[in-house]
Design a protein around this ligand. Structure first.
Ligand SMILES: [Fe+2]
Length: 169
């Protein structure tokens, strides 16, 4: 299914207007070195890999390594706010803009954004090599609901709970 109707290139650190007492994007960037080191050890060409770098009461930090064409379909964050920073390669993020139009934005190495607790997005690596990113969620994720588009409308498909043994962020 083709869901992208427009390509945007005005990458900004944060498109959502929200108050966040913790600068989650700054937290993500502070973990860049350890995330890259983690990815060197655990990144794979054939699968998305992820590692929990830090977990506290206020937030958690994950490193994620993405193979070419690796993706995570449209999802929410169960009421957590968050941020991600791209450390290597490039990731493309699909979101709905203010008009409800689906837009894909590239985030190259050095880029990233924060997002509110209501944010829904999908992420894919459309680059020619692996990509590494670091993600922060506040409070730590408890669940994520995944969606598919049916005639342009989002339909919830499943909710993954952290308590499940196959939990992945
Ligand atoms: Fe996400």
């Amino acid at each position: 299914m083709t869901v992208i109707v427009r390509e945007a290139h005005d990458v900004s650190d944060s498109d959502d207007q929200h108050c966040q007492s913790i600068d989650l994007l700054a937290v993500a960037r502070r973990h860049a070195d350890v995330a890259l080191s983690w990815a060197q050890r655990h990144g794979r060409r054939d699968a998305r890999t992820y590692g929990l770098l830090s977990h506290g009461e206020d937030y958690e930090v994950w490193a994620i390594d993405w193979p070419v064409d690796g993706y995570l379909e449209l999802h929410d964050h169960g009421g957590s706010a968050g941020a991600f920073a791209v450390l290597a390669g490039s990731l493309s993020e699909t979101t709905a803009d203010a008009d409800g139009e689906w837009v894909r934005r590239p985030h190259d190495a050095g880029g990233g954004r924060s997002f509110s607790e209501n944010h829904i997005h999908g992420i894919v690596n459309l680059g020619t090599g692996r990509a590494t990113s670091v993600h922060v969620y506040s409070p730590p994720l408890e669940r994520m609901t995944f969606y598919r588009l049916v005639d342009g409308a989002m339909v919830a498909e499943r909710t993954d709970e952290r308590a499940e043994s196959n939990w992945t962020p």
